[in-house]
Design a protein around this ligand. Structure first.
Ligand SMILES: Nc1ncnc2c1ncn2[C@@H]1O[C@H](COP(=O)(O)OP(=O)(O)OP(=O)(O)O)[C@@H](O)[C@H]1O
Ligand SMILES: [Mg+2]
Length: 324
């Protein structure tokens, strides 16, 4: 096992919304090793983004981290003062968001924006920052970068903006990149190119990646491990092989059963869907979420919902396979 880079324990984040408490993240624990790629999957609203925003302390004012610990290179991100966390954001942890059109400032050139973190974090001169920006844009496959640094975001295509965002995330050579649905807004061909680019950069630069997505099949070709989130908790965590060969949680099975390739391998012609809808998180007992939306439609032998680890120390409850 590699050296642990990020170690999150029992993270809980709540939103105050119209007089009620929304339980967005409910005791999430996970780790990322140096150079490792961790895929995070789960349906919309399950708490993927809020978990990562909590770590970087980028939550909106209505949200609060209630408890938890998040050691990054041995220091607790949740206890850092403003100056310390600012150094981590963009400096030690790079961020790639879903929609680069809204993440880039429309009135500044790509060159200025990609180079900005070098000026801020590395105290690089404007000249040095621009030179490095050209190298970075070349690294992510943007043709003619000497000219393109003068372009504004709207002059780049969607795929090129996402490449520029990756260049920006890599600028300060961070140990970890958090990519929040970075390819969701792109068509499948460009999506595949971006995934290949990230794989190549990861292998060359040794950067660890947390890749958040709805798409299990996409992350299967990229990640070392996958964690599956549901209702603000991690319901299962496993290597890609383990997850596809031997899924343990009914929700994971539900996600896998909705994949055409997975079903074709098992000679099942009809795609399954997960019955019910995502739970409402406000003022609800947390574990009830599972029975109301996921477990009850299926034949479940146990009402225990522990973290579905493969550790031999953890006793697995008996769970029947869902009827597909
Ligand atoms: N501004 C907000 N006010 C109140 N509740 C919020 C707010 N933002 C998020 N939440 C709550 O936090 C939960 C988790 O949201 P989050 O954005 O982390 O989901 P997600 O898994 O990233 O979804 P998606 O795949 O759609 O990006 C939501 O279901 C919602 O209940
Ligand atoms: Mg999200």
């Amino acid at each position: 096992m590699g050296e642990i880079l990020l170690d999150v324990k029992d993270l809980k984040t709540r939103f105050r919304s119209r007089g009620s408490l929304v339980h967005a993240v409910n005791g999430v624990s996970f780790h990322v090793n140096r150079g490792e790629t961790l895929g995070v999957v789960g349906e919309s609203g399950c708490g993927k983004s809020v978990t990562m925003l909590s770590l970087l302390r980028l939550l909106p004012p209505a949200a609060q981290v209630e408890s938890g610990r998040a050691l990054f290179e041995g220091q607790d991100l949740l206890k850092m003062n403003f100056g310390q966390i600012q150094k981590v954001r963009g400096g030690k942890i790079g961020l790639i968001f879903q929609d680069p059109m809204t993440s880039f400032n429309p009135v500044l050139t790509i060159g200025d924006q990609v180079g900005e973190s070098l000026i801020y974090h590395r105290r690089a001169s404007k000249e040095v920052a621009l030179k490095r920006t050209v190298e970075l844009l070349r690294l992510v496959g943007i043709p003619d970068p000497e000219q393109r640094i003068k372009d504004y975001p709207h002059q780049f295509s969607g795929g090129m903006r996402q490449r520029a965002m990756i260049a920006m995330a890599l600028a300060c050579e961070p140990g970890l990149i958090i990519a929040d649905e970075p390819t969701t807004a792109l068509d499948v061909t460009i999506q595949a190119q971006i995934v290949e680019l990230v794989k190549d950069l990861r292998d060359r630069l040794g950067v660890a990646i947390i890749w958040i997505t709805h798409d299990l099949s996409l992350v299967a070709g990229l990640a070392d491990r996958i964690m599956v989130m549901y209702a603000g908790t991690i319901v299962e965590e496993a290597t890609v092989e383990e997850l596809f060969d031997d899924p343990r949680h009914p929700y994971t099975l539900g996600l896998l059963s909705a994949l055409p390739a997975f079903q074709a391998e098992k000679n099942v012609r009809r795609l399954a869907s997960i019955p019910g809808s995502p739970p409402i998180y406000a003022n609800r007992p947390l574990l009830a979420h599972f029975s109301c939306a996921v477990l009850s439609p299926w034949n479940v032998a146990s009402q225990n919902y522990p973290h579905y680890s493969r550790s031999p120390l953890e006793k697995m409850p008996a769970i029947a396979r869902p009827v597909l």
